[in-house]
Design a protein around this ligand. Structure first.
Ligand SMILES: C[S@@+](CC[C@H](N)C(=O)[O-])C[C@H]1O[C@@H](n2cnc3c(N)ncnc32)[C@H](O)[C@@H]1O
Length: 217
C-alpha cells in the first residue's frame, strides 16, 4: 500500500470500514449495490482501472473477479477501507495496487487508464474540488476511456423535494457526525465533469431518481 498525502480537516472513514456494508444494507437494502453494478458489463473489457474513493472494496473485488484482464489502482483516504479491500480481493491481489491519498490533492500519478470509477465519492467533495479532480483525471486517461459515476441525486418534482432532499440532508448530517466530513450539499458534479471535457454517454436511475449511475467518455 502506498501513501499518504492528505489535506488537513479531511474526513476519517476508518471506523466505518468494518460496519459500512451493514449500515448500507440496513438503510438502503440492495439498492446501492445495484447502482454500483449498473454498468459492470461495460467494464469487462477494461485493462487499467482507477477506482477513486474505493471504500471497503466490495465493488473492486467483484470487478477483479469478473474481469481477469484488468489491473486496478484503488485510492482512498482511509487506510482501514483499503485494508478491507485487500482482504476481499483474495487471490486477485496481485492485480491490485492501493494508495492512501486525498483525491483533492490529486490521484496518485499514473496514466493510460481506460476505466475510472467513483461510487459515492463525489458527494464528499465540493463542485470546485470535483472539477479540479476531473481535470487531473483527464490527463491520466486514454482517449477511449470511460468514467463510471454512482451518486445520490435530488430529482425534480415532489419526490425530490419531499423525500430525496431531506434524506440527503440526513445522510450528510450522519456522515458529518461520524467522519468529520464538512461538505453539506451535493456538488454539481455533472456540470464539473462536463466543464473538464467529459461527455455523458449513458445514464440510469434507481429509486425514482434518488440514485443515478452515469457513464462518461
Ligand atoms: C461514502 S464512501 C463510498 C465508498 C465506496 N466507493 C462505495 O461505493 O461504497 C466514500 C469513500 O470515499 C473516501 N473518501 C472521502 N473523501 C475522500 C478524499 N478526499 N480522498 C480520498 N478518499 C476519500 C472515504 O474514505 C470512503 O471510503
Amino acid at each position: 500500500m502506498s501513501g499518504a498525502s492528505i489535506l488537513a480537516g479531511a474526513p476519517n472513514f476508518d471506523r466505518l470500514a468494518g460496519v459500512y456494508r451493514w449500515m448500507e444494507w440496513l438503510s438502503f437494502g440492495g439498492w446501492l449495490w445495484r447502482c454500483r453494478c449498473g454498468f459492470l458489463p461495460e467494464m469487462r473489457a477494461a485493462r487499467r482501472a482507477l477506482v477513486l474513493g474505493d471504500g471497503d472494496g466490495r465493488f473492486t473485488a467483484r470487478l477483479l473477479r469478473e474481469n481477469p484482464g484488468v489491473e486496478v489502482d484503488a485510492v482512498d483516504i482511509s487506510p482501514a477501507m483499503l485494508e478491507a479491500l485487500r482482504s476481499r480481493a483474495g487471490d486477485d491481489r496481485d492485480r491490485l495496487r492501493t494508495h492512501v491519498a486525498d483525491v483533492r490533492l490529486g490521484p496518485p500519478a499514473g496514466e493510460g487508464y481506460d476505466l475510472v470509477v467513483t461510487h459515492f465519492l463525489l458527494d464528499c467533495l465540493t463542485t470546485a474540488e470535483v472539477e479540479e479532480l476531473a481535470l487531473r483525471v483527464r490527463s491520466q486517461v486514454t482517449p477511449d476511456a470511460v468514467w463510471v459515476v454512482s451518486e445520490f441525486a435530488e430529482p425534480a418534482g415532489w419526490f425530490g423535494r419531499l423525500v430525496a432532499r431531506p434524506l440527503v440532508r440526513l445522510l450528510y448530517g450522519a456522515f458529518g457526525w461520524m467522519t468529520g466530513l464538512r461538505v453539506r450539499k451535493l456538488p454539481d458534479w455533472e456540470g464539473a465533469l462536463a466543464r473538464a471535457g467529459f461527455r455523458r454517454r449513458e445514464r440510469k436511475t434507481w429509486l425514482r431518481g434518488l440514485l443515478v449511475g452515469v457513464v462518461w467518455g
